[in-house]
Ligand binder design. Structure first.
Ligand code: FAD
Length: 310
C-alpha cells in the first residue's frame, strides 16, 4: 500500500510548527520549492508531508536596528537587491544571490531555502533509473560511496551560494522549533556529514538571517562553474575583511559543509591558502576534477586578496 502524501499550506509560524510536530520526522517545510521539487521528481526526496510556508508574511520582511539587519527567511533572492541597506552594507550578498540559477529561479527561490538547499554529487543528482543502474550510493540508501569506493563517508558537496557569503559576513540565524527560539552562527547549521548535512531537525524553521552592521565589510565572492548561468557551484569562495582586521575565508562546493578559516589581516596569506585547501575534503564527484578544484581554491583566494588589497 502506498503511503498517504499531503501538501499543507500554513498561514502562520505557529501553524507551521504545529503541523511539523504532528508529522514529526516525515515532513519538511517548502518555501520556493525550486530545490525540493527537483529532488522529489528525481526520487531523491521522499518526504511524505510537505508544509508550504510561502504564505507566511512575517517571514518576508527585512528590518534593522543600530546593530543588526534582519532578513526574513522567505525573502526571495531577486528581492534582496531592492533593499538599500543590503546594497550599501552587504553588496557581496547580492553578488552571491545573483550567482544562483537563472532569473526565473531567483524570482521564486528564497534566502532560507538557499541556505538549506540539499548537498549535491554527480552520482546522486540523477534520475531513479540511473542511480539504480549504477548501484545506489550512500546518500540514497546504498552501501558504498561511488566517488571514493568507501563505505563510511558521503562527500556530497555543499551547494548553497549565499551561505558562504553570509558566513563571511559573520551572519547568524534565528531558529524557531517546538521547544522555542535560538540564535546560532550560520556555520553551525552544517554538520559535515554528506548524508545528513544539516544539524537541525525537519521541525525547525529558519525565521531570519541576522547580519552585524557597522563593520564596514569589504568582501569578494567567486564561483567556479561550467556555464555562467543555471549551474550549481564546483567551488565557491567568499573572503571578507572587517574594520577590526578580522579576515574570514569561506569555501563552498569542496566539502559536505562550508569550510571556514578565521584569520587576521596580517596573517601569512600562503599559510591561509594552505589551511583552506586542507579544510576541504574534495573528492571526484563533480564535473571538474578534485585536483582542478583544489588548484582553483588557491587561484580564487589570491585574486580575492589582491582585490581586497591585502
Ligand atoms: C536549474 C536549477 C539551478 C539551480 N542553481 C543553483 C545555484 O546555482 N546555486 C544554488 O545555491 N542553488 C541553485 N539551485 C537550487 C535552488 O534553486 C536554490 O538553492 C534556492 O535558493 C532554494 O530556495 P527555495 O526557496 O526554492 O527552497 P526550497 O526548495 O523550498 O527548500 C530547500 C530546502 O530548504 C528547506 N527550507 C526552506 N525554507 C526554510 C525555512 N525558512 N526554514 C527551514 N527550512 C526551510 C526545505 O525544507 C528544503 O529542505 C538551482 C535549482 C535549479 C532547479
Amino acid at each position: 500500500m502506498t503511503e498517504e502524501k499531503t501538501y499543507i499550506k500554513a498561514s502562520s509560524i505557529q501553524e507551521a510548527l504545529q503541523l511539523a510536530e504532528t508529522h514529526s520526522s516525515h515532513c519538511k517545510f517548502i518555501a520556493g520549492g525550486t530545490d525540493m521539487m527537483v529532488n522529489k521528481y528525481q526520487g531523491n526526496d521522499t518526504t511524505q508531508h510537505l508544509i508550504d510556508i510561502s504564505g507566511i508574511d512575517e517571514l518576508k520582511t527585512i528590518r534593522k536596528d543600530d546593530t543588526y539587519l534582519y532578513i526574513g527567511s522567505l525573502v526571495r533572492l531577486s528581492d534582496l537587491k531592492k533593499n538599500s541597506d543590503i546594497a550599501t552594507e552587504f553588496p557581496v550578498l547580492l553578488e552571491a544571490a545573483h550567482a544562483v540559477g537563472s532569473p526565473l529561479i531567483r524570482q521564486t527561490a528564497t534566502l532560507g531555502g538557499n541556505i538549506l538547499c540539499e548537498n549535491r554529487c554527480i552520482y546522486f543528482n540523477q534520475s531513479e533509473w540511473w542511480r539504480e543502474a549504477v548501484g545506489y550510493c550512500l546518500k540514497c540508501n546504498g552501501n558504498v560511496c561511488i566517488a571514493t569506493g568507501g563505505k563510511k563517508a558521503c562527500f556530497s558537496e555543499f551547494a548553497s551560494d549565499t551561505a558562504p557569503a553570509l558566513i563571511a559576513l559573520n551572519a547568524k540565524v534565528k531558529l524557531i522549533e517546538p521547544s522555542g527560539e535560538r540564535v546560532i552562527a550560520l556555520e553551525e547549521l552544517f554538520s559535515g556529514d554528506g548524508i545528513k548535512p544539516k544539524t537541525i531537525g525537519t521541525d525547525c524553521l529558519i525565521k531570519e538571517i541576522i547580519l552585524p552592521r557597522g563593520q564596514a565589510f569589504k568582501a569578494v565572492f567567486k564561483k567556479l562553474r561550467l556555464r555562467e548561468t543555471l549551474e550549481f557551484t564546483s567551488l565557491t569562495t567568499a573572503v571578507s575583511l572587517n574594520n577590526k582586521n578580522d579576515l574570514r575565508i569561506v569555501l563552498g562546493g569542496v566539502d559536505p559543509k562550508p569550510v571556514l578559516v578565521k584569520a587576521k589581516l596580517n596573517d601569512n596569506k600562503e599559510d591561509l591558502i594552505k589551511k583552506a585547501i586542507k579544510g576541504g575534503r574534495a573528492v571526484d564527484n563533480d564535473m571538474f576534477s578534485r585536483t582542478y578544484r583544489r588548484d582553483m581554491i588557491s587561484v580564487f583566494l589570491k585574486e580575492a586578496f589582491a582585490l581586497l588589497n591585502i
